[in-house]
Design a protein around this ligand. Structure first.
Ligand code: NAP
Length: 482
């Protein structure tokens, strides 16, 4: 698209956001990038203006128009208050793929310097615990729903393979906690095993996420492209940023079919905001990815080489990278990168970048049908101050003379009635599992009758059906349950 001027929404963001946005705009302008910026607001400024979502309509409309955004950090209240405006933006535009490259820059000191780390974390960006569906089950017990869909897994895995194809990568790893969360995390692993068959040109493997963290600090150079669910990807990608020098140099992009948003991984760093200290490299590298997305390959190479030359020369490093060596401020760093435009850095391997072929995924609501389905029981979650034994006896009495029987009660996932756990340190949140005495299927009226009987004596919190799809249990067992 050489010769075209691109419209891009710029959300400078909070804290250090304006400084990194100004630096990036100045470097891109000096490099000759043809961009018309639409400045937009999100985060703190929007919350302060009383917009509960943190994302004003003007910003949404701008992104609908441009379909491309470059975004600085947005402040999110921690542990209270409004939802993250970042997550809102990603979700509103269904930007389901969060791509976080992690590549060594010259002259960045640290225990992993010189190891040739050059990997990409592909994080699912809209599902998992970040669906943000949380409830206080009782005044003392909180719950978050970890929602993982087959469709979501398929999209992110296909995106990982398409990204690997576009960048000429050789290996795609899938990392999960499927050994513990067999249904949710297991969904990513199973889908990976299925989709992998369609991409035979790649070396592939699966690694449990805790081992991945261990491997990342022992031999990170063995990884190329790694795909993970949302929360694991969030944590592991900050770890990998740390391997190559920290958040100040970690770029990212959020990919969806409707819009793409490029952003630094770091936050608003309020402790250094407004002091000419922030390192703008993360947003600048994000903008390099943006230029390639826009088809501006030459300008992207030019900016990347100037940045690498700046690091290789080592005379104008910001404090986070200099670490005791002489350092410069944001403005001087920016001027140096601009002065280096046109130079080539020998440390930067030239690569052939092809545009990513976005996976074609059916946009209709995914209504997955099992060949057969049967409800075989229910889990009723009850808030009660009773200990397991009297609780179990009380429920046994409630279902006496009905088609139901109490199979077991678990507390925080471990069976406590009939007694299993050797040590009990319980809470007022009991999962009570009921089956039919004769093993037959369960009807709606039987469920409602059971709930009415239980509800007459206890405060039930929620109910889960115990289903079998195609003859296979679609629920997990409690720890210790037979
Ligand atoms: P942070 O803003 O990333 O800052 C953590 C520390 O990392 C800073 O205090 C600073 O450390 C260093 N740092 C980060 N970026 C740097 C850069 N570009 N140059 C130099 N040093 C940098 O993380 P946080 O303190 O946990 O979060 C602050 C706010 O940002 C929160 O409201 C959080 O919700 C938000 N946040 C937003 C995003 C986003 O918009 N994508 C991401 C993460 C966090 P020193 O103390 O060493 O100077």
């Amino acid at each position: 698209m050489a010769g075209t001027t691109h419209n891009v929404t710029m959300i400078a963001g909070d804290g250090v956001g304006q400084e990194v946005a100004d630096a990036t705009k100045a470097i891109l302008k000096a490099a000759g990038a043809r961009i018309d910026w639409e400045d937009a607001v999100a985060g703190k400024k929007a919350f302060d203006a009383g917009i509960a979502s943190g994302v004003p309509n003007d910003t949404i409309e701008s992104l609908q128009r441009t379909r491309v955004a470059l975004k600085g950090p947005l402040e999110t209240p921690v542990g209270h208050g409004g939802k993250s405006a970042n997550v809102t933006l990603r979700k509103l535009f269904e930007m389901y793929g969060n791509i976080r490259p992690c590549r060594e820059l010259p002259n960045v000191q640290g225990p992993f310097a010189g190891r040739g780390i050059d990997l990409i974390i592909v994080r699912e960006n809209v599902e998992d615990l970040y669906a943000g569906i949380e409830h206080m089950q009782s005044p003392g017990v909180a719950q978050a729903l970890k929602l993982i869909s087959r469709k979501g897994c398929e999209k992110i895995i296909r995106l990982a393979f398409e990204l690997a194809t576009s960048l000429g990568r050789k290996k795609v790893s899938c990392s999960t906690k499927a050994n513990i969360m067999k249904l949710t995390e297991g969904m990513l692993k199973r889908t990976f095993e299925d989709v992998t068959k369609e991409y035979p040109g790649f070396e592939t493997d699966h690694v449990i996420v805790d081992n991945l963290c261990h491997q990342m600090v022992i031999r990170p150079e063995i990884y190329d492209v790694v795909v993970l669910t949302n929360m694991n990807g969030d944590i592991v990608s900050d770890l990998t940023s740390g391997l190559v020098g920290g958040l100040g140099i970690a770029p990212s992009m959020n990919l969806g079919d409707e819009a793409v948003m490029f952003e630094a991984v770091h936050g608003s760093a309020p402790d250094i905001a407004g002091q000419d200290k922030v390192n703008p490299t993360a947003l600048l590298l994000s903008s390099v990815m943006m230029l390639r997305h826009l088809g501006e390959f030459e300008t992207a190479d030019k900016v990347e080489h100037a940045l690498y030359c700046t690091y290789e020369d080592g005379k104008a490093l910001t404090g986070d990278i200099a670490r005791g060596r002489p350092s410069v401020g944001t403005k001087k760093f920016t001027e140096t990168v601009i002065a280096n435009l046109g130079r080539n850095c020998s440390k930067l391997e030239n690569r052939a970048f092809k545009p990513i072929k976005m996976p074609k995924v059916d946009s209709r609501l995914d209504f997955v049908q099992a060949k057969s389905r049967r409800d075989v029981g229910v889990d009723i979650f009850i808030e009660s101050a009773l200990m397991p034994e009297p609780m179990g006896k009380a429920l046994d009495a409630i279902v006496e003379g009905t088609p139901w029987q109490l199979k077991m009660i678990s507390n925080r996932g471990s069976q406590v009635y009939p007694v299993k756990a050797a040590a009990f340190d319980g809470i007022d949140h009991h999962r009570c599992r009921f089956y039919k005495r004769d093993g037959s299927g369960v009807s709606e009226s039987e469920i409602l009758d059971l709930l009415t009987r239980v509800g007459a004596k206890h405060r039930w919190i929620h109910l889960e059906r115990l289903a079998q799809y195609d003859g296979v249990d679609a629920f997990s067992k409690a720890q210790g349950e037979n």
